[in-house]
Design a protein around this ligand. Structure first.
Ligand SMILES: Nc1ncnc2c1ncn2[C@@H]1O[C@H](COP(=O)(O)OP(=O)(O)OP(=O)(O)O)[C@@H](O)[C@H]1O
Ligand SMILES: [Mg+2]
Length: 457
């Protein structure tokens, strides 16, 4: 059922979907066409809600990733009510661990298996897909098929909710397409891996927009925390896929019907619940980036709880929150803690550079002008380089263009000085003057401290 959009009419919300309009004052059975975007022959549903609840939702109980994905499907139309921005979750894990199965389950809340889309699309294509999924879930499979050069742009585009400005034939500006989507994505690689493949760096802002959750639940059964007795992980996955292809498209309209008749209470439940759960997930000392991610997880947990309270999922009332807490905790562990991301990335970049080039690019002590490295490499990195001493010296151009590539070089230097990992000049400046032994030449350099390689990032 792609193409959901929300219209605010006074205090009443109407959801206009390709197969109908849900909201007070709307004729219950007036269905609209979406002009060919819908690919199934039916009205987007198959079976009834009881069947979907028993064969799909309840089968997911106790499986954090599965419950998270279904709860996300209910969270998508709640973004506006909860005052949250769009964005996505990304399940990253090895082949055949059950990722596409989970997307099929999430898709079944809305429609047939084809409701799931693939990342492989041009920017323009993705804009169209996003606009069609406004205020709805967008399941996106196989991030690995996305051209690495477009990966960062695609994540921003989907999350930021606005397409490119384009001009009409007469030169005037067309209003850009807008949307608000929650997307659940999966693939063997993460967004950061793709961006790195294209020579870029994952920015903290992207990290917050597309939250990378380890797909494997850690029980040795891929994406599953638990498998029903008598089944293997593979047969469980196959059975779930079959169920999702037989029962679909009933949960979302049922959820919307409840939502539009219970709007004020739902809004309060979502806002207060999300605030409370975010506080519990974050504690007091988490970085702002972590808080933003926690509030996305919290909304998903609350939307799952709301769907459960409406009798749609058949879960116990704490199921969605448990799944949310578990996945958030796995995300936090994979991230490496609740601090800001950039400082860690900066320290890691400097360490990586030294590790990669300690043999070839750092000249031996006191032989800055004539060493072997100088003859075979394009640039001297160091004037003397017993790595691990406090005389690991880096020339300014190399610092700017290579060591700190992708970061603000001054910000990196400032951070390292604050941590005692860069020795500043006598007046506190980041570069300092060092005399080259042997030639007596004086040059400006960045001087790294002995502890740089062992420093915790
Ligand atoms: N957790 C699992 N453990 C073992 N086998 C599984 C598991 N999940 C799925 N499978 C098997 O792998 C097949 C593919 O499942 P699915 O499409 O969900 O995997 P995937 O993680 O998306 O793989 P890929 O990355 O290759 O797309 C299923 O038909 C099933 O037989
Ligand atoms: Mg797959």
């Amino acid at each position: 059922m792609p193409g959901v959009c929300r219209a605010l009419v006074g205090m009443v919300i109407r959801f206009v979907t390709p197969v109908g309009t849900i909201g007070r004052g709307c004729p219950a059975n007036r269905w609209y066409s979406d002009g060919g975007a819908r690919r199934s022959q039916d009205d987007g549903s198959r079976g009834n809600l009881d069947d979907w609840r028993a064969s799909v939702a309840q089968q997911c109980s106790g499986n954090s990733r599965l419950v998270l994905a279904l709860a996300s499907a209910f969270a998508a139309p709640c973004l506006h009510l909860a005052g949250q921005e769009g964005g996505g979750l990304h399940l990253r894990g090895p082949s055949s661990c059950g990722k596409s199965t989970v997307l099929a389950l999430a898709a079944s809340v809305y429609g047939p298996p084809e409701y799931r889309r693939e990342w492989r699309a041009s920017d323009n294509g993705l804009e169209g897909v996003a606009a069609l999924h406004c205020d709805a879930l967008l399941p996106l499979d196989e991030i690995g098929q996305l051209d690495p050069r477009h990966a960062a742009g695609a994540a921003y585009l989907l999350s930021n909710g606005q397409g490119k400005s384009r001009s009409r034939r007469d030169g005037s500006l067309r209003a850009p397409a807008t949307w608000r989507v929650l997307f659940v994505s999966c693939g063997e690689v993460g967004l950061g891996d793709l961006i790195a493949e294209a020579g870029g760096k994952l920015r903290a802002g992207m990290d917050v927009r597309l939250i990378d959750v380890p797909a494997e639940a850690g029980a040795g059964t891929g994406i599953f925390d638990r498998i029903p007795d008598g089944l293997t992980a593979g047969t469980f996955a196959d059975g779930l896929k079959v169920s999702a292809s037989r029962h679909y498209g009933t949960a979302f309209p049922a959820f919307l019907q409840c939502l539009v008749t219970d709007l004020e209470r739902a809004r309060r439940f979502l806002r207060e619940g999300t605030d409370k759960l975010t506080r519990e997930l974050c504690g007091n000392d988490s970085a702002g980036q972590v808080r933003r991610v926690a509030s996305r997880f919290a909304l998903i947990g609350c939307a799952g709880a709301l769907a459960t309270a409406y009798g749609i999922t058949g879960w116990d009332q704490g199921e969605a929150e448990r799944a949310t807490r578990r996945c958030f905790s796995d995300w936090l562990n994979a991230r490496g803690g609740n601090g800001e991301r950039e400082p860690r990335e900066m320290v890691k970049a400097v360490q990586l550079f030294i590790e990669l080039h300690s043999e070839g690019r750092f000249s031996p002590a006191g032989r800055a002008g004539d060493d072997r490295a100088q003859n075979t490499k394009p640039r001297r990195v160091s004037l003397r380089g017993r790595i691990g001493t406090d005389r690991t010296l880096v020339l300014p151009n190399v610092w700017r263009t290579e060591v700190c590539k992708g970061f603000d070089p001054s910000a990196v230097a400032r951070l390292l000085v604050e941590r005692g990992l860069l020795i500043p000049g006598s007046s506190g400046e980041f570069q300092r003057s060092e005399r080259v032994k042997g030639t007596g030449e004086k040059v400006r350099v960045y001087r790294l401290a002995a502890g740089i390689l062992d420093a915790e990032a």
